[in-house]
Write a protein that binds this ligand. Structure first.
Ligand code: FES
Length: 107
């Protein structure tokens, strides 16, 4: 059961216990993080689940696939090297301690 720390836009932090196999997006939504609206429900078509992965963790994740990369490129104005779509990251115990920054909602 990985613990995930979300850094909210106001810099407050929220650490939650996520379930193995669930997406990072689902963990955010289930814990009331309103900036992650996840309009498409995790189908990689809306980009409203954008987040920034802490630098210490970004190389420990599976890299974004072509579809995620294309959506990040086309939909995210403030895209950074550590930008990811949280619906495309699936949590395992290897990611215990993951830190993720939530941007202000662009929507
Ligand atoms: S929830 Fe729509 S792209 Fe992630």
């Amino acid at each position: 059961m990985p613990n995930i720390t979300f850094i909210l836009p106001d810099e407050n932090q929220l650490t939650v216990a996520a379930s193995d196999g669930e997406s990072l997006m689902q963990a955010a939504v289930d814990n009331g993080i309103e900036e992650i609206t996840a309009d498409c429900g995790g189908c990689c078509s809306c980009a409203t689940c954008h987040c920034y992965i802490d630098d210490a963790w970004k190389d420990k994740l599976e890299p974004a696939d072509e579809m995620e990369t294309a959506l990040l490129d086309s939909a995210i104005e403030n895209k950074q090297a550590n930008s990811r779509l949280s619906c495309q990251i699936f949590l395992t115990s290897d990611l215990d301690g993951l830190v993720v920054k939530i941007p202000e909602s662009d929507w």
